[in-house]
Design a protein around this ligand. Structure first.
Ligand code: SAM
Ligand code: SF4
Length: 522
């Protein structure tokens, strides 16, 4: 496909778009909603949620400590327990909750942080989400869809930073339908990018895209995606209808069951999320919990990750800057902690929407994944490479007419990795889990029994070794070497690794990686 750089009017003149109503009718399959309902009802019962919140006000300290113990035992909380955490006001108790959040994370995921890079493939969109710069009616957005050559160039630029995991992001539009997604993902997997010691590649492509039919989701499964991510944005129905006035996204239940359909299509690695700032944060936390509970009930598999993007200023969106439900930093840290304690086995994602200080704070209460050196403009990675020498003013590389919202953290991957290493956290580019079939119910079992984190510790060291040798700046390398030494000592002393030949295998793999072999994992 040729690259398209056109404005809204241009698109309509060149290829008439279906109206939101027509597209919605084509996309939405009512029977693929109805099959998941129970007695005709979905799993978000507003009255019930408000009741949980009403009934669990002023919880006593001992109850909160018992709930924290349940989280430490890696058991998912029930709705009343989460509602009780929401109502804690005592500052000392909050401090205990923050510390417990980190302990839970360490138990399940150890001290590692997984990195990914988003790749925005196009900003054409048929929907009209009131908070998003890509919405159909935003005439100031310059519309563009990347050609396969451009995807290749973007992927090379991402690989050149040291990334191994991509999340491909798409607007909802016939031009970037599932067949375009499949081609773009194949292109990403096919790219070889230069590294200091030879070549590197993207080893896992996750997808953030609109809800699809089971037939379309099967196509994504067949091309070998990692996680499929759909955020409900808001679980609060009246708000949902208000902020999604047209397009297929106006159908709440089509979105609510997107991940149920993914499961039926064979994709068992799922990511949920809510866009905090649209409705009361307490309601959204309860909604996320009910989503996790329903996936567990219907498939025995909870979400692999939960995201909590916060409403960020977006081009031409008054809602993005004036919503009465915007969440302040302090509340944000609290809600992340509550999610950490409520669904202890899940990965938690904090993105570059947030500024470096806040990111650091929420990583300390239990986040497991983040992005860095992120560009969310269409074609942003290649443009940034070209303009690197020209641009002195950091803020200038965020052109709001080409991106979805403004970023809070524009630091390089290397700078973020160094900061985390200084905090004693090891960066992992591990993608072994899904390539070894450790997904779905298998990974859930391993996470709940705190075993996956141990494999991940080994793979984190192997991939961190690769990063230090292939990409790290001298200063990062120095700090990284110390961290690797500490990790190796811990691995050698842990009884888990003495079983069978695990330690021996790991040590031989480590030597191979240090000698230049790549992509070796356990
Ligand atoms: N079009 C697909 C969809 O809506 O599901 C996926 C791509 S959309 C670009 C990815 C996510 O960006 C949305 O699910 C939403 O949560 C988030 N987003 C949109 N506008 C935002 C804003 N102003 N601030 C922060 N996040 C935003
Ligand atoms: Fe389109 Fe997604 Fe933006 Fe909504 S959030 S306007 S669906 S890209």
């Amino acid at each position: 496909m040729e690259s398209t750089l056109i404005d809204n009017h241009g698109i309509e003149a060149q290829s008439p778009l279906p109206t939101p109503g027509q597209w919605g009718k084509e996309v939405i399959k009512q029977d693929e909603i109805d099959k998941y309902l129970v007695d005709g009802k979905d799993f978000i019962d507003e009255k019930r949620i408000l009741n949980h919140l009403e009934q669990n006000q002023q919880p006593d300290k001992q109850r909160i400590r018992d709930i924290m113990q349940k989280s430490l035992d890696i058991e998912r909380l029930d709705a009343d327990e989460t509602a009780a955490l929401i109502h804690v006001t005592d500052a000392d108790l909050w401090q205990e909750m923050y510390e417990t959040g980190l302990k839970v994370k360490q138990r399940v995921y150890d001290n590692r942080i997984v990195f990914f890079a988003p790749l925005y493939c196009g900003n054409l969109c048929i929907n009209n989400c009131a908070y998003c710069g890509f919405r159909h009616e935003n005439k100031s957005e310059k519309r563009r869809v990347l050609s396969m050559q451009e995807i290749e160039a973007e992927t090379k630029a991402v690989i050149s930073k040291g990334h191994k995991r991509m999340i491909a992001v798409y607007g909802e539009h016939p031009t970037t339908d599932v067949d375009y997604m499949v081609d773009s993902i194949k292109t990403m997997y096919g790219v070889k990018g230069k590294a200091r010691n030879g070549y590197s590649a993207i080893r896992r492509v996750n997808v953030n895209a609109a809800p699809m039919s089971i037939a379309d989701l099967k196509k994504l499964w067949q091309v070998g995606i990692g996680t499929y991510q759909v955020f409900q944005e808001t679980y609060h129905k009246p708000t949902y209808y208000q902020v999604h006035p047209s397009g297929p996204k106006a159908n709440y239940r089509w979105r609510l069951y997107a991940l149920h359909r993914a499961m039926d299509a064979g994709i068992d690695d799922l990511a949920i999320g809510a866009l905090f700032g649209l409705a009361d944060w307490r309601f959204e936390v309860m909604g996320l919990l009910y989503h996790a509970i329903d996936l567990e009930k219907q498939f025995d598999i909870g979400p692999h990750t939960i995201s909590f993007p916060r409403l960020t200023p977006a081009g031409g969106s008054t809602l993005s800057t004036h919503s009465p439900y915007r969440v302040d930093d302090d509340t944000f840290k609290k809600l992340v902690t509550i999610i950490r304690l409520s669904v202890p086995y899940t990965g938690l994602i904090i993105t570059a929407r947030e500024n470096p200080e806040l990111k650091k704070e929420v990583i300390k209460v239990g986040c497991t994944q983040t992005d860095a050196s992120t560009k969310i403009g269409i074609g942003g990675y290649t443009e940034a490479l070209k303009e690197l020498k020209k641009i002195q003013n950091k803020d200038k590389d965020q052109d709001e007419t080409k991106q979805q919202f403004r970023l809070g953290d524009t630091r390089s991957l290397d700078a973020v990795i160094r900061e985390l290493a200084e905090m004693g956290m090891i960066t992992s580019f591990c993608t072994a889990g899904y390539r070894c079939g450790r997904t779905g119910d298998k990974i859930m079992g391993l996470l709940k029994n705190c075993v996956e984190g141990k494999f991940c510790k080994l793979n984190a060291v192997l991939t961190f070794r690769e990063y230090l040798d292939d990409y790290a700046l001298e200063e990062t390398r120095k700090i990284g070497e110390k961290l690797i030494e500490k990790e190796m000592a811990e691995i050698k002393s842990m009884p888990f690794f003495q079983k069978g030949k695990l330690l021996q295998t790991f040590e031989s793999y480590y030597r191979k990686v240090a000698n230049g072999e790549r992509d070796i994992y356990i």
